[in-house]
Every structure is written in structure tokens, then in C-alpha cells.
Design a protein around this ligand. Structure first.
Ligand code: SF4
Length: 248
């Protein structure tokens, strides 16, 4: 299975779980749901259950086979901290990450309460980054949960950015990604909302990564903000791709 991805802030996806359920307004036009249903229609075995949460234990060993260092987005097609994922399985995913120190793993969740409650039972080796999605001011509380996690890199994904965020405390946060929604029903993101987040990052000295404007024609709308790309990354990174990005 091709694991390379066009997601700008990572290199590879690894999906030991597929499928999910919607939890907040950011999920409304979930890309993973659209993709899972498409892959089910194409007859792909892994997606035989469509978007229903499905453990994929046969994929657990994949990162061991990737000999060269990669930056890996864990569960682009699900949420590792979904309430239906047993702790024993999360533990298996962590075991792989703990024993693949040549890779960097990026976990992103909307279930920050579950994350906070389970965090002390997991082994947060230095190669594990943890992030929460924050689509609007109503969900900044997820950042308080994130701050409690003993990971090397804690990050925010403000995507899909669907309404303005007027207050943002970035204490203990190492990286902020912003992106607009893509796809046929994409909700608009206003330029000044993005500029405001960039200002928060500059004031609080946190790297800012602008992923995309999104919209119906994602490629056409591009990823320039005020005539430039914003590709800042957290300081403690090792991937060649990211050194390239910083140096462009
Ligand atoms: S949490 Fe993520 S994967 Fe799950 S439904 Fe929401 S957007 Fe989709």
C-alpha cells in the first residue's frame, strides 16, 4: 500500500486503525470518511467496513520495514484516542513507536480528554509528537489537555479553520499548523483569522506553518499568506525534508 502523502507537514501515513465517528463541527466534511467510503467501493480489504472503526493489526509492523528515517503521521484515517480503541491496542502502537527510534511519529487527536486520561499509562519516547485539532475558539480547551502530555513536541492543527480564534495561549506548545477546509463542501476561512494566528505565534515565539487555503480547488488557491509560504517547523526535528523546507 502506498503510504506517501501529499500532506505538507509530514512524509508518510501509517494507519493501524481506520474509521472514526464525528465528535465536533470540524468533522462535518471529514476527508477520511470520504476516502474510506471510496476505498470500500473500490473493494480494498482494509476498508471493507467503510468508515466504521476497525483495528488493523496486520499493519503494526510496517514502520519496522522502513529502514530510512521518516516523519510519519499516525492514523490519518482515524483517531488513535477514539473511545472504542482498546488501551491494549494503543499500547501496541506505542510499542512500535518506542522501538522505531529512527522515525518521528506525529499523532493528532480531537479526543483530548481521552488523551489526557491515558497519557500516564503510555511511554512517550522522544520520537513521538502529539497534537490536537482546534477548529474554533470553542475547542481551545483541548490545548489545556495537550499541555499535560509529557511529549517532546506538542502541536496544534487549526484545520479546518471554521471560525475566528481571538485568544490563544501557546504556553508549552511547540508548533502551530493552520489550514482551510478542502473539498466539495468546504467552509470558507478568512485571511484575517489566519493573520491573527500568525501574530499569536510571532508574539509567543512559536513556529507557524501555513498548510493551505483549501476550498473547492485546493491546488489553485495555494498556500501563500501575504505573498509568502510559512513553513516553520519545531526546532527539535531530524527529517531531511524539513531541513529542506526551513532552508527554502
Ligand atoms: S476525528 Fe478526525 S477522523 Fe474522526 S471524524 Fe473527526 S475529522 Fe474525521
Amino acid at each position: 500500500m502506498n503510504t506517501k502523502t501529499t500532506i505538507e507537514w509530514t512524509e508518510t501515513t501509517w494507519n493501524p486503525i481506520t474509521g472514526c465517528t464525528k465528535i465536533s463541527p470540524g468533522c462535518k466534511n471529514c476527508y477520511a470518511e470520504r476516502m474510506a467510503k471510496r476505498l470500500q467501493a473500490m473493494g480494498q480489504f482494509r476498508y471493507r467496513n467503510g468508515f466504521q472503526l476497525t483495528l488493523q493489526p496486520q499493519t503494526l509492523n510496517e514502520p519496522f520495514k522502513w529502514k530510512k528515517s521518516r516523519t510519519i503521521f499516525v492514523n490519518s484515517m482515524s483517531d488513535l484516542f477514539h473511545e472504542l480503541v482498546p488501551l491494549s491496542f494503543i499500547d501496541k502502537v506505542f510499542h512500535v513507536m518506542n522501538n522505531c527510534q529512527h522515525h518521528q511519529f506525529q499523532i493528532l487527536t480531537k479526543r483530548s480528554t481521552n488523551l489526557r486520561q491515558l497519557a500516564s499509562l503510555l511511554n512517550w519516547t522522544e520520537n513521538i509528537w502529539i497534537g490536537v485539532s482546534v477548529e474554533s475558539q470553542d475547542y481551545v480547551y483541548r490545548i489545556d489537555d495537550l499541555r499535560t502530555i509529557p511529549a517532546t513536541i506538542r502541536f496544534l492543527s487549526i484545520e479546518p479553520f471554521i471560525s475566528p480564534i481571538k485568544q490563544l495561549d501557546l504556553t508549552g506548545i511547540d508548533w502551530v499548523i493552520v489550514g482551510g477546509e478542502s473539498g466539495p463542501h468546504a467552509r470558507p476561512m478568512h485571511k484575517n483569522w489566519v493573520r491573527q494566528i500568525r501574530e499569536f505565534c510571532i508574539e509567543q515565539n512559536v513556529p507557524f506553518f501555513f498548510k493551505q487555503w483549501g476550498g473547492v480547488r485546493r491546488k489553485k488557491s495555494g498556500r501563500l499568506l501575504d505573498d509568502q509560504e510559512w513553513n516553520e517547523m519545531p526546532l527539535r526535528i531530524h527529517s531531511t525534508k524539513f531541513f529542506d523546507l526551513i532552508n527554502t
